[in-house]
Design a protein around this ligand. Structure first.
Ligand SMILES: C[S@@+](CC[C@H](N)C(=O)[O-])C[C@H]1O[C@@H](n2cnc3c(N)ncnc32)[C@H](O)[C@@H]1O
Length: 315
């Protein structure tokens, strides 16, 4: 598998003059990744908000050579699940209040959420362990994007780690509402069907299932879900390096067309070489020249961050 484009090697907290006083007074901790996750999920849009059973089990955690990790993995094989502690390395900064992707647009305290925008950007995921071979761990569904630095592994112990009756009031309320609400049915216009088939066939780009999952759940405008109203009868949703234009009629969501999220003028710039699906977007725009973003604000991207005029989404 290919190496991450910009492998981050250190995770440390800025305790310099710009850090708030409360942090400058405390000791700091520097962590180094023990390895990197390899997965088909290249952009955040493709990774579930938590791992879901339906996502592809093609995730490999490759530990670094020369550190004795083969020995450290001893006795792990055979465990059903492991905890991964990892670094939200695609994020910069944090916010005390965040807008969770599910439910009505209401901000919550970051410590009451699983948001990536945390003061210490640490992710925690229990993943199925499918096998161990040398320094590689084959994992089931997980919510990390490709190249994510992993900081630690621990066994998941059902007797200590599972509390199925524990309450989480605002999240339980969302789950109850989602269970009771009718799901939308997602349909595709001919143009969208042709575009998605072309992307899959020619560029191995396929985000249809995730698009259906998100629109079926809730197609209303929402910043974190990257859904924007365009006119009285149309809206768009950001899908990584792509966008889908859709309309809603009662319980039917109709995806009208797919668009490249970056305009050609950005994609051709040398500082945009790292944009996900760049070649696919250029080829797509050659074939569907009108399907360029109406507002030209760009898309979710991988580091290094794109120039300011194409700010990535914070979702
Ligand atoms: C809601 S967070 C939950 C993560 C973890 N299960 C937790 O509770 O700490 C999952 C989201 O993080 C985002 N994500 C995945 N890998 C990331 C990375 N390396 N840097 C920043 N965001 C990432 C994806 O958008 C994914 O949907």
């Amino acid at each position: 598998m290919r190496p991450p484009r910009h492998p981050p090697t250190h995770f440390s907290i800025d305790l310099g003059a710009s850090a708030p006083l409360c942090r400058r007074l405390l000791p700091s901790l520097t962590l180094q990744p023990i390895g990197y996750l390899r997965t088909r999920q290249r952009v955040k849009f493709q990774a579930g908000h938590q791992p879901v059973a339906a996502s592809a089990a093609e995730n490999i955690l490759e530990l670094l050579p020369g550190c004795g990790y083969e020995q450290a993995l001893q006795d792990l094989a055979g465990m059903d699940r492991i905890w991964l502690l990892w670094w939200f390395h695609r994020n910069t900064g944090w916010r005390p209040l965040v807008l969770p992707p599910r439910g009505p647009a209401r901000r919550r305290g970051v410590f009451a959420t699983r948001s990536p925008h945390r003061p210490n950007p640490l992710g925690l995921t229990a993943v199925p362990l499918l096998g161990v071979a040398g320094r590689e761990l084959l994992l089931g569904p997980c919510d990390l994007v490709d190249g994510t630095p992993v900081l630690d592994i621990k066994p998941y112990l059902a007797a200590h780690d599972a509390f199925p009756d524990a309450r989480a009031p605002w999240i339980d309320a969302l789950d109850d509402a989602a269970g009771a609400a009718p799901r939308h049915t997602v349909e595709f216009a001919d143009e969208a069907v042709a575009q998605l088939a072309w992307l899959r066939e020619h560029h191995a780009v396929d985000f249809r299932d995730r698009l259906v999952e998100l629109l079926a759940r809730d197609p209303t405008p929402h910043r974190t879900r990257r859904i924007k109203r365009r006119s009285s009868d149309s809206a768009s949703i950001g899908c990584g390096a792509w966008r889908a234009e859709f309309s809603v009629d009662g319980e039917i969501v109709r995806v009208r067309a797919i668009e490249a999220a970056y305009p050609r003028s950005f994609l051709e710039r040398p500082d945009y070489r790292d944009v996900p699906d760049r070649a696919a977007q250029l080829a797509f725009l050659a074939r569907w020249p009108d399907r360029t973003p109406a507002d030209a604000t760009g898309a979710e991207s991988a580091p290094p961050p794109p120039p300011p005029e194409a700010k990535p989404s914070s979702a």
